[in-house]
Ligand binder design. Sequence first.
Ligand code: ZN
Length: 197
Amino acid sequence: MKILKTIPLAALLAACALTASQAEEHRQLGAHVHGHGKLNIAIEKNVVSIELEAPGADIAGFEHEANTKEDKAKLEKAKATLAKGLELFTPASAAGCKQTSAKVALEAGHEHEGEGKEEHDKHAAEAKDHDHDKGEDHHSEFHAEYAFECVAPEKITSLSFGYFKQFPNAEELDVTVITPKGQSSYEVTKDKPKLEL
Ligand SMILES: [Zn+2]
């Protein structure tokens, strides 16, 4: 099975440089770290339930409000891609899993908790005039929930993470897997987009 597609080196380096500076910025602000998401996987009988939390920057490439046509289109595309859970988190094919539901939501948060509405509106107005808002103030997160039904759940020995190919800004996921046997934690990265159970 082919998991990784070759990515041009220049593109990869550019992506890394960008993500590193964004991560730095977010550490200073005490916000979530771009490139890092969380994934919970629960396997019970023949049902696999998956929950994803990821920064907007990882999924859509930005976190500011989508005011332009272009940004709105990017957001819609990202949501559509995110809804294809089975292509993002693919159980071993022998398990015969099918997606039975998918829910995708975008939650916009605000970085400056002390900031009042007035100031927020002022910022928003400024952002329209200048290219002032580059995502420093606004933060957003995607939440997605999936359910898969599997013919042979005991054959879920691994999951392939197409997620990192679909969302190149994503770098790693902290994964928690819950089965009737117990709970385990893993880290799945862009470099090794596979989870062995
Ligand atoms: Zn953010």
